[in-house]
Design a protein around this ligand. Structure first.
Ligand code: UD1
Length: 320
């Protein structure tokens, strides 16, 4: 199939592109390179440098008979979204509307969208399921939910068929070492730990150790990016075989605390990883994990690499 990928030079996008290529699909990457890296543009890919806010360019880029769009291009820094919400409305909401308009102009009906566990906010009950309340507590999460609602409507109106994949905490790198682009100025726990281990950063700041969790630090569901990539390919097959759309939670089912992740990282990297407890980060939940039950049922989702040690090991292979 011919797949148009926005944000394909980024961390998750590039892993998915690599898997699409491995399966023999033809891929075009549309990326403004604001956070993506050149290293992530594989030679087999048709690359177009552009921003999704440039509707005209985006629409022209989508000429060529694409079967589906995978839409990764977005802003994803939770803290920044609270300080500069308009930037997030523009990139994540307006940007996605532009993608949808271009799809309509080019008669493309299928889209796979990078959504987020952030649509749930602070869950009342764990594990999070698709029935959990949608109540984002940061603006980033709100933009993802808003876009999902647009998709839901367009799907009801028969305009598109979509899969909204709500990622929990993506981590790891391609186990065969084929994807090696590092994120620029990452803010998420795992890449920050890696940068401290390599000496690029001085220390890890642990955002709070007074949560009601096993050791007081935040608990998350870490999912290997290769398992996420596989879920994208399976979701695309689902959309091809069935007439309906799909909303899925994608996690590993396991919750690990910041302190546990740090401890495993020290053991695996054999490096000093200095850490300091600081205040809680606004917008953070104490614990978030899911059972991905529906994903198992609908797309036969079976995470293979999502144990925390494999996630850390495969990241270290690239960062070291
Ligand atoms: C958030 C979003 C997630 C999104 C991701 C993208 C929520 C609830 N989740 O994940 O959906 O896809 O951002 O960026 O909004 N931590 C530290 N020190 C650090 C960094 C993180 O202690 O330097 C802690 C956090 O407090 C948290 C855990 O590590 O407990 C994971 O944080 P992070 O990796 O930033 O991801 P989320 O905020 O869970």
């Amino acid at each position: 199939m011919k797949i148009f990928v926005t944000g394909g030079a980024g961390y998750i996008g590039s892993h998915v592109v690599y898997h699409l290529l491995k399966k023999g699909h033809q891929v075009t990457v549309f990326d403004d390179m604001s956070t993506g890296t050149k290293k992530n543009i594989f030679p087999e890919v048709k690359f177009i440098k552009g921003n999704i806010l440039n509707q005209k360019k985006l629409s022209e880029a989508m000429i060529g008979g694409y079967d589906a769009v995978m839409h990764f291009a977005a802003k994803k820094d939770v803290g920044e979204s609270m300080e500069n919400p308009n930037l997030y409305s523009e990139n994540n909401i307006t940007g996605t509307i532009n993608v949808l308009k271009a799809m309509e102009e080019r008669n493309i009906k299928k889209i796979i969208f990078s959504s987020s566990a952030a649509v749930y906010g602070i869950p009342e009950k764990l594990p999070v399921t698709l029935k959990s309340e949608l109540n984002p507590n940061n603006y980033y999460g709100y933009t993802k939910l808003d876009v999902e609602r647009i998709f839901e409507w367009l799907s009801k109106l028969g305009k598109i068929q979509y899969a909204a994949l709500r990622y929990f905490n993506a981590g790891g790198y391609d186990p065969s070492g084929k994807v090696r682009g590092l994120e620029k100025n990452p803010q998420n726990l795992l890449p920050v730990i890696m940068e401290v281990a390599t000496g690029k950063r001085k220390e890890l700041l642990i955002y709070g150790d007074d949560y009601d969790t096993k050791d007081g630090s935040g608990v998350r569901d870490y999912i290997h990016v290769t398992d996420l990539a596989d879920a994208h390919i399976k979701s695309l097959s689902y959309l091809n075989k069935n007439k309906e759309s799909l909303v899925l939670n994608l996690g590993s089912g396991q919750g690990y605390s910041v302190k546990e992740v740090l401890e495993r990282s020290i053991l695996i990297t054999k490096k000093m990883i200095p850490a300091k407890i600081v205040a809680r980060r606004p917008g953070d939940a104490a614990a978030l994990y899911t059972n991905s039950k529906k994903a198992r049922k609908m797309i036969n989702y079976k995470p293979k690499y999502s144990d925390i040690d494999t996630i850390i090991k495969t990241m270290w292979e690239v960062y070291k």
